[in-house]
Design a protein around this ligand. Structure first.
Ligand code: C2O
Ligand code: CU
Ligand code: CU
Length: 458
């Protein structure tokens, strides 16, 4: 009797101690996140207005390959929106499609009502209607925008573009360019396969195309003067394809992931972009062509060739150091912290139609997670399926802290992380922005089949 009481008391004490130590550690990481974001920008006072018309049009993927697409302003990718940190961005979306649509600003911390998910952040924009998006981006970097309605069809048809937020304090480059990479599933006759959301795409890894384009072109060729310092911003806009860029002819230095500068420069030739991810690299243009290909599963698609052309860029002295953000939080002391929430990523064959979900339920039956603003949530994602799942969180960034139980320090934040079959990934999610945010698999066919849940930040 006495022994039992003592044990009970002792274990009580231990659990109290552990949780307060864990709370303190979490508060410290939350502070580190706040510091990493820096101070809210006072704003430039400048208004940047754009009109984006979503409409059916055609695109020339190469000289002899023209396909029907849905585009923003007649081009795929849509117009590159380039603004300065602190600008107020106003985008009027006009819908001239035969379907409702909406625009999501992937990775941009926008006011919740501007986040673009119909039914969560806004009403769908019906054909013939328009919608005004307005926000002041809080972070500089490489972002993108895309339809967030029937993604398996609307992204595949071409409704996406890039958004670059420039920080006046970033070091200048001679060339600063975005590559929006996509794959297309074409029929034998060269037309777009219109069986969007096919059953085998839902039950497997989504829709993987047979033609890859960079900025809407097969085998893009880009001329750059030798000696030029280049900042290359890559966006994976594919519905489902994972892209592992392989640089032949230069060793690029990685500087940012998902828009956010890394703690320190990293090997830019090793990063894998899941759908949704961005990677910024820098390099000095060589005297010989650089060939960049996609090699995730060894198929070796050409993405682009960078050709030295024009008079060499000469420079006195050392080039500036790559930009970095030394304040990116460390992930080290996770070991004895408690997991706040666990999600299993599940295939749900027994629904009315095959579906995907979190914790056994497809959206909108999934339970939402709520976290207080300014707090850290430690989340364990368990991929119990045989498929790939790039998990994307709207409105906030996170840090990957462990893979299959082994601590990892990636040295950069993310808004999307690829989960391989059977993998368990632990993340520190910092709830930075208030509202109801979507969390979903970025394989469009999985998201449309229910692989979505909600994060409430109060
Ligand atoms: Cu890039 Cu919810 O999206
Ligand atoms: Cu997003
Ligand atoms: Cu998925």
């Amino acid at each position: 009797m006495v022994v039992a009481i003592l044990v009970a008391v002792a274990s009580n004490l231990i659990s109290v101690e552990v949780s307060s130590r864990s709370d303190q550690a979490k508060a410290a990481v939350a502070d580190a996140f706040e510091t990493a974001y820096g101070n809210a920008d006072p704003g430039t006072g400048r208004l940047r207005e754009f009109t984006v018309v979503a409409e059916p049009s055609t695109a020339n993927l190469s000289a002899d390959l023209e396909i029907d697409v849905w585009s923003y302003n007649g081009t795929v990718p849509g117009p590159q929106l380039r603004v300065d940190l602190g600008d107020t961005v106003v985008v009027t979306l006009e819908n001239r499609l035969p379907q409702a649509t909406s625009i999501h600003w992937h990775g941009v911390r926008v006011p919740n009502a501007m986040d673009g998910v119909p039914g969560i952040n806004q009403d769908p924009v019906q054909p013939g209607e328009s919608f005004r998006y307005e926000f002041v981006p809080k972070d500089a970097g490489t972002f993108w925008y895309h339809s967030h309605t029937r993604g398996s069809e609307q992204l595949e048809r071409g409704l996406y573009g890039s958004l670059v937020v420039v920080d006046a304090e970033d070091p200048p480059y001679d060339v600063d360019v975005v590559w929006v990479i996509d794959d297309w599933l074409l029929e034998r006759d060269g037309s777009l396969d219109e069986t969007f959301g096919a059953m085998h795409e839902i039950t497997h890894n989504g829709r993987w195309g047979n033609v890859l384009t960079t900025n809407g072109r097969v085998n893009l060729e880009m001329s750059v003067p030798p000696g030029a310092r280049v900042r290359l911003r890559m966006v994976n806009a594919s519905n489902a394809r994972v892209i592992a860029p392989d640089f032949d002819g230069v060793d690029p230095t990685g500087i940012a992931v998902d828009g956010m500068l890394a703690r320190q420069p990293f090997d830019g030739d090793q990063f894998v972009l899941a759908p949704g991810n961005r990677l910024d690299v820098e390099f000095v243009m060589t005297e010989r062509p650089i060939v960049v290909s996609e090699n995730f599963n060894g198929e070796g698609y050409n993405l682009a060739t960078i050709i030295p052309e024009g008079s060499a860029v000469l420079r006195d002295g050392q080039p500036p150091l790559p930009p970095s953000n030394p304040a990116v939080p460390q992930a080290a002391e996770l070991a004895d912290m408690e997991i706040d929430h666990e999600y299993t990523l599940d295939f749900l064959p027994a629904m009315m139609a095959p579906a995907w979900g979190f914790n056994g339920r497809p959206f909108p039956e999934t339970e939402s997670l709520s976290v207080n603003r300014g707090e850290l949530a430690i989340i364990r994602l368990r991929n119990e399926s045989q498929a790939l799942h790039p998990i994307h969180v709207h409105g906030q960034f996170f840090l990957v802290v462990a893979i299959d139980g082994d601590p990892i320090d990636e040295g950069h934040l993310r808004d999307t992380v690829l989960m391989l079959p059977g993998q368990t990934i632990d993340i520190f999610l910092f709830a930075s922005d208030e509202g109801t945010w979507a969390v979903h698999c970025h394989i469009q066919e999985h998201a449309d089949a229910g692989m979505m849940t909600l994060l409430e930040v109060r």
